[in-house]
Design a protein around this ligand. Sequence first.
Ligand code: C2O
Ligand code: CU
Ligand code: CU
Length: 492
Amino acid sequence: MVSRRRLIELGGLAAGGALLVSSSGTATSAAPSTHHDHVIPGHRHDLPFVGSAVAATPFSVEMPLPSTIAPTKSDSDTDYYYLHMRRTTAEIIPGLTTPVLGFNGSFIGPTIRARTGRTAVVVQTNMLDEPTAVHLHGAHAPAASDGHPMDLIQPGSQKTYIYPNRQRGATLWYHDHAHHMEAEHVYRGLAGLYLLEDPAEAQLGLPNGQFDVPIMLRDAQFAADGSMIWTLGDFQNRNTVLVNGRPQPYLRVAARKYRLRLVNASNLRAYQLRLGNGEEVVQIASDGGLLPAPYRTDTIPLWPGERVEVVVDFSKFPIGTQLVLENTYGDQDSNRSLMRFDVTWSATDDSTVPAQLAPAPELPPATYYRTISLGLNPATFQFQIDGKSFDPNRVDAYVRRGATEIWQVTNLDTAFGIPHDFHIHLVQFKVLDRNGAPPGPGESGWKDTVVVNPGETVRLQATFADYKGRFVYHCHLIDHSSEGMMAQMEVL
Ligand code: C2O
Ligand code: CU
Ligand code: CU
């Protein structure tokens, strides 16, 4: 018997409370009339709204940049990195100390700057008292280095991950993936950036160096003592958004062009970003790297796991201008006014955004078709894929190595209005269409994670090249995947 409470905690009996506005599905759509309200995914309505018990004064702390880790050694074609996971503390809310889990003891792990064409070897040591698995999200890597949820690093042990980096430059990120624990581990801090720099990009003249800035967004609930409160599925109380690990920071910028790499590392929260009074930004990249062409927009949807890169030209604004990065899905200041850019000084700018960025995704014709459904099981009230919860001993899809397939993914959760967020390991895919309509320009490049709104069908095409073995696909609302909204394919 499924209790009423259980149904409620899964977001089934949503009534009142904060609503999440979901995008109509295409990255192009900025018109509010095409939006409809959806219930928070996995929202527990049995919990009272408390929210964070502490708050920062808006725009009182500077936005930090996660530190970059240099390779311990490098040879002709490989760079070697050593990371460990341990318990540590961080100052997140000004003046308070928060216990966190951190790669190399830092809340937001160190940024790895890898290069297309050079192998990165990352040795991970687990100094926690729980098993972990480290997944490089967006990477095309062998199964043994994928961080499969059952391929665990036991406490006190280490594992060597080998990343060939034979793919387009992109903003990737690494995070824990230990089955049933990934949601809490990521929430408590086990995530970091992996920026894959591509020599082919260098000639384009995009903003670089200090003008190339990663911005990682995620939310959390804080107790009065500064500790983070973890409750699976409790979206509404995670009402404080952190930007690179701090609430509502400011960033001093020069009056010139910047490349901003936006990463949604939240468990459940989707963002719809808007700069200032709806200033135009230029989207240049999606999950898997540069778009075919820049795309001018004033609205950037960003679902958990997704990355979007934009170029913002701050030279349009006089020195002294302050521009708030707003989340129009936010329902209170702590998750609506995310950060502020303060245009502080002038600087020379020889960067450009060329009219052509990178070749559009091209794939051989598909030879195999699959249909996949996402939804709440009405009998068990669990979020599932194809009506099944994850079973590590079951293979859900056998894929021929090298095959090009079309996956038709449908979200059945119309009754409860719950969006899901589909992610496949190993590949970058091309979004063919949403409910039969071509994707917007923001989704016209390589993707590895895509929102599927209630009732929607999204078709994806991918080539499963190079590596054999087992890889998972799952909902990247990771409270859902943690509960079993995950399946696995075996590439043969
Ligand atoms: Cu971000 Cu299965 O991963
Ligand atoms: Cu992934
Ligand atoms: Cu889901």
